[in-house]
Design a binder for this molecule. Structure first.
Ligand SMILES: [Zn+2]
Ligand SMILES: [Zn+2]
Length: 132
């Protein structure tokens, strides 16, 4: 059966090349890792200008984007090309400090002023109850 012959041949070829492919893959992964390190080493925080490969966060400009992906997650999953694309199209680069401050401010701006305004009618109701 010619079909069997090809199957067998294919299997042998696969086995023979398995070790070589694993090695090539490992070398590629090392290269991608190094490139990622170099990429980060060349960045600077958009807010304070600090620069060190260990400090960066990638802040999504649009937090409601349903397709946003965590850059560090992509890197962990070795999706390097996707990570670069995500950063360049959707993120600003901030150091960990500026990133925290950014979200802290965001949080406080949203929480503080509106909560202080009582709902309409709340005063009258409160006074009525008090008078009883
Ligand atoms: Zn910064
Ligand atoms: Zn953020």
């Amino acid at each position: 059966m010619p079909n069997e012959h090809y199957k067998k041949y294919g299997r042998e070829y696969y086995q023979k090349n398995k070790a070589r492919r694993i090695e090539a893959n490992r070398i590629n992964q090392e290269r991608y890792k190094q490139e990622w390190h170099d990429y980060k080493a060349a960045l600077a925080c958009a807010h304070c200008g600090a620069s060190h490969p260990a400090i960066f966060d990638f802040h999504h400009v649009n937090p409601d984007d349903p397709d946003k992906k965590h850059v560090n997650r992509l890197i962990k999953d070795r999706c390097y090309a996707q990570a670069y694309k995500e950063i360049e199209e959707k993120c600003i680069v901030l150091c960990a400090n500026c990133h925290r401050i950014h979200h802290y401010n965001e949080h406080h701006e949203q929480k503080n002023p509106p909560a202080a305004v009582p709902a309409e009618g709340a005063w009258e109701e409160a006074n009525l109850l008090h008078g009883e």
